[in-house]
Design a protein around this ligand. Structure first.
Ligand SMILES: *Cc1c(COP(=O)(O)O)cnc(C)c1O
Length: 370
């Protein structure tokens, strides 16, 4: 797909060095490439919900489908009302994005200007550097500790030029969880000219998550934004819906950047229904708990080192990551190679159904024993 043509347009110079995000490979694409039936391929590459979407969300989408000739509600009134009620915040504390990735981009447009600094950890989520560089910011990457975020060192990396600190907790791709007291220290150390973004994409998988919502309700944190998503535990990744939670004045600033119809009508209907599907959430968490146990036990049996995970995936040190990725793919198992994260010896495996986890482990066993 690469082209040898050189385009003469005077592109924004930051594009010269901007990496292109490498998503998990879609099943259909791998099927076409390998000449395998799509039904024989499993994808454990993008931390999606292996149980699928909530049946209630599917019903809601079917009902909403007849109205897609109309523009969606640009302010997503019902979804915001319901979500705010569930979270115990006001609708004015919420901003919705086309995936929480879009919220991260709003943050970039709102705060990151050429010359400003953005503090992240080594092995942070790939979207933070992309947004930073796109906005002309300088990325200040703090070395990880045991592959996790070193929040104390991150807070010491803040200068008067810093505008944003991005922290995913649990982190992707490592699955590490920062201790609650370290998060609190960072929160209290961040000066008022710096926005702290706590990316909580995997929060719902935790048994006892650190609850930062009281910080929003208190009204005392003008520089704290929490981001969450319907892509992971809710199983709606294909609809693209995430949200930010922050003080109303911060949300108001981000709202200026948001395009009016960024959340489509089916996504609004599905999310509204998914919020109340407690049974689907319960089954998803239970499947994840069991899946993490099974994957960890299987990797241990194989003598493969891995990082204990607080999320819905597991980072495993398999040797030559790109080769193991390709060999697994030949066996119809798509995982995520990690060279793009400068972890070339590792792969990331998303938790699947029990059958999918077993198939992945069997394939791994076969190729590591050879
Ligand atoms: C998956 C993920 C997201 C969510 O992305 P969406 O755009 O909402 O699908 C955000 N942050 C991290 C760290 C993630 O792993």
């Amino acid at each position: 797909m690469s082209s040898s043509l050189v385009n003469p347009l005077p592109f924004n110079p930051v594009l010269n060095h901007l990496p292109v995000y490498q998503p998990g490979r879609p099943i259909e694409e791998v099927a076409r490439e390998l000449g395998l039936p799509a039904a024989d391929i499993i994808k454990l590459a993008s931390n999606e919900n292996p149980l699928g979407p909530s049946p209630r969300a599917l019903d809601a989408m079917r009902q909403a489908a007849g109205q897609v000739h109309l523009y969606p509600d640009g302010n997503a009134y019902y979804l915001k009302q319901h979500l705010a009620g569930k979270l115990g915040v006001a609708p004015e504390n919420l901003i919705l994005g086309n995936g929480s990735n879009e919220i991260l981009e709003f943050v970039g447009h709102a705060l990151i200007t050429p010359g400003s600094e953005v503090v992240v950890s080594q092995y942070c989520f790939a979207v933070y550097p992309i947004v930073t560089h796109l906005c002309g910011g300088r990325l200040v990457e703090v070395p990880a500790r045991d592959l996790g975020h070193d929040l104390d060192v991150m807070s010491r990396a803040i200068t008067e030029r810093t505008r944003v600190v991005f922290v995913a907790n649990p982190n992707n791709p490592t699955g590490t969880l920062a201790p609650a007291d370290a998060v609190r220290r960072l929160l209290n150390a961040v000066p008022s000219h710096v926005l702290l973004v706590m990316d909580e994409a995997y929060l719902e998988f935790l048994d006892e998550p650190l609850d930062l919502l009281p910080e929003i309700r208190s009204g005392n944190r003008p520089n704290l934004l929490l981001t969450r998503t319907f892509s992971k535990v809710y199983g709606l990744a294909g609809l693209r819906l995430g949200y930010g939670i922050g003080r109303a004045d911060l949300v108001g600033a981000l709202e200026k950047i948001r395009q009016p119809f960024n959340i489509n009508a089916l996504a609004q209907a599905a999310a509204l229904a998914a919020l109340d599907d407690d049974e689907h959430l319960r089954r998803t968490r239970e499947n994840n708990r069991q899946g993490l146990r099974d994957l960890a036990a299987g990797l241990e049996r194989l003598g493969v080192h891995f990082v204990p995970s607080a999320a819905n995936f597991i980072l495993a040190r398999v040797g030559e990551g790109s080769r193991v990725f390709a060999e697994l793919q030949r066996r119809g198992v798509i995982v995520r190679p990690m060279a793009g994260y400068r972890l070339p010896e590792w792969i990331r495996i998303s938790v699947g159904t029990p059958a999918e986890n077993a198939r992945c482990l069997a394939a791994l066993t076969e190729l590591l024993r050879r």
